[in-house]
Design a protein around this ligand. Structure first.
Ligand code: ATP
Ligand code: MG
Length: 569
């Protein structure tokens, strides 16, 4: 392809709307344009990358016996009512009505529709296992669409569903997908980590998330530094044993002045106590009303654990005004004593304390010598702690480490949740009716592309891993008016294209600086520069985008050398 003919609208300015590197670079390098919040057009370069990622995914799914299909995006509400999710999914579901007033939604995921398919087509154990997948647009009206393709409202996902006779079959399918995902992300050239995303169960293997390690990641993961242990989990789900805290002796409750001391750390310093001794009280709004969550002052609340413990669908931190209305003070002076108008949920560690500090629900005042169980009784005591670096590994006890990750894929053992709800059964060897055991497995294709940029860039632009680069090589004639240079560049371009190398020729009448800048910005793994010397010497400069190293290569051996490099990049 000739750059003069390509739609690659590069920008010199950093677009103001973009916060993260991948979003900025995809706009600047002419990969995407926004159509609406969280909805993007993929321009030719981005579409090529997507197709490459999709191809790798396809090969890995097929290798495990997956069969590709295409399910409808428009899904009838009836199926979602049958599964019970029509009312549970909430505002994230894009809902629409047809001209007859019938309800539909745009698929955010496809468990219902594929279970409906399978219940109609599968009769016998002989038809199982079955691995069906598709690669398609998904629709989720995300509360906060942001970071470009990392969190869109329309995005491309590969979703595979496994159908097995029993749990043992599901284990095998799950293992296959674990392997397929590991191969996929390795082939994409990404540094990633599968982490447990199990709901609190230590060592559980019901679900794993595949995390691309990058600062821009919205997820925090904790992992054991000891390779032989290998524990790694999303912090949302990570478990860690409660600490044994020096509880102290119960003493008489005392009201003390703490002017302007709001955070647990400040109050602790002001009163000269350990920060864990200060009970942090956070108010959440739920469909069951306000809830106060209590954790030790050096901890954060794990909202996923809290939501599960309360069994609520909605959970959001209450705003300052709501807190003021409910407790008579602003956050910072709120405490569990006398909070009779809401549910109290305490972390186990809090209940160990005998001599604690808490807000007094009075401005600039705290209580000292608070004794949980004596001075207040929570309705629920459970594990609410957000695990943090240096907490002990739940498997081996070593201090955990933290990193940030982008969830590019998730594999999940569904069991019989959907087959039960929708009646997807088969007849076993003995003619008994049994429920099909299912799993679901997603990869965010567009998110993977963005994650690759988060992990592979520098100040000048993107650095594509060769396996998913939109093109491998750009040929840049230094002076496009020089016919000798142009014709050598044309020769090289043709020679590489014929050898199957994905190559573009920057034939634009631009200054060399502009062409070099664009080449770096777009992130072609290799650049071949054809200057005046090249014409004389028969040697061209080959430059590697990632390392910046360059070498002179005779034109005759260029294709071989390019191929060698591409194997390594
Ligand atoms: P998240 O927790 O990031 O919202 P999720 O757990 O809801 O994601 P899944 O239902 O597991 O997502 O979807 C499978 C994959 O689809 C995810 O691993 C992710 O790569 C991708 N994905 C999910 N939501 C989005 C989105 N809004 N934009 C882009 N990709 C997404
Ligand atoms: Mg997920």
């Amino acid at each position: 392809m000739r750059v003069s003919q390509m739609l690659v609208p590069t920008l010199r300015e950093v677009p103001a709307e973009a916060e993260v590197v991948s979003h900025k670079l995809m706009l600047r390098a002419g990969f995407i344009r926004k159509s609406a919040s969280g909805v993007y057009t993929l321009l030719p370069l981005a579409w090529r990358v997507v197709k490459k990622i999709e191809q790798i995914i396809r090969e890995e799914m097929d290798r495990q016996g997956g069969q590709e299909i295409m399910l409808p995006i428009i899904q009838p509400a009836e199926l979602w009512l049958e599964s019970g999710r029509w009312h549970v999914y909430g505002p994230e579901l894009f809902r629409l009505k047809d001209r007859h007033g019938r309800d539909f939604c745009l698929g955010p995921t496809h468990e219902e529709i594929i279970t409906d398919l399978v219940r109609g087509e599968v009769r016998s154990y002989k038809q199982l296992p079955l691995l069906l997948y598709q690669i398609q647009n998904k629709y989720r009206d995300e509360r906060r669409p942001r970071f470009g393709l990392l969190r869109g409202r329309e995005f491309i996902m590969k979703d595979l569903y496994s159908f097995d006779r029993d749990e043992a079959g599901l284990d095998t399918s799950y293992q296959k997908m674990y392997e397929a995902y590991t191969n996929t992300f390795t082939r994409c050239g990404l540094k990633f980590r599968p982490v447990e995303a199990d709901s609190g169960a230590i060592g559980g293997n019901n679900t794993h998330e595949f995390m691309v390690l990058a600062e821009a990641g919205e997820a925090t993961i904790v992992f054991c530094p000891e390779d032989s242990c290998g524990y790694a989990a999303n912090v949302e789900r990570a478990a860690s044993p409660a600490r044994q805290l020096a509880a102290g002796q119960p003493r008489e409750l005392e009201l003390v002045d703490t002017p302007g001391q709001k955070s647990a750390a400040d109050v602790a310093a002001f009163l000269g106590v350990e920060s864990w001794r200060v009970i942090k009280t956070l108010l959440y709004r739920t469909e069951r009303g306000l809830v106060a969550a209590l954790v030790c002052g050096d901890r954060d609340v794990n909202e996923v654990k809290l939501q599960k413990a309360l069994d609520v669908l909605n959970l959001e931190l209450a705003g300052a005004e709501e807190v003021q209305a409910a407790c008579g003070v602003l956050p910072g002076f709120v405490g569990p004593l006398g909070l009779s108008n809401m549910v109290l949920v305490a972390d186990e560690e809090v209940m160990q304390l005998q001599d604690a500090v808490s807000g007094a629900n009075q401005v600039d005042r705290h209580y000292r010598h608070v004794c949980p169980g004596r001075d207040f009784i929570p309705q629920l005591v459970t594990d609410l702690r957000l695990v943090q670096a240096a907490d002990p590994c739940p498997r081996c006890g070593r201090p955990l480490e933290e990193a940030r990750g982008i969830e590019v894929g998730q594999i999940f053992k569904l069991g019989t949740k959907y087959s039960k709800a929708l009646g997807a059964t088969y007849l076993d060897e003995n003619g008994q009716t049994r429920e099909i055991v299912m799993g679901c497995y997603g990869i965010g294709v567009t998110r993977t592309m963005a994650a690759a940029i988060e992990q592979n860039h520098d100040a000048d632009g993107i650095i594509w891993p060769a396996a998913i680069a939109p093109y491998h090589v750009i040929v840049v004639p230094v002076n496009s008016k020089d016919t000798a240079q142009m014709s050598l560049a044309e020769d090289i371009y043709r020679q590489l294209a014929q050898a199957g190398v994905e190559v573009v020729l920057d034939d634009r009448p631009e200054r060399p600086g502009v062409k070099f800048k664009d080449a770096d910005l777009v992130g072609y793994p290799l650049r071949i520069t054809v200057g005046a010397k090249a014409v004389e010497s028969g040697q061209v400069e080959l430059k590697v985008r990632r390392s910046g190293e360059s070498e002179l290569v005779p034109v005759a051996g260029l294709t071989e050398r390019v191929k060698e490099w591409l194997m390594q990049l």
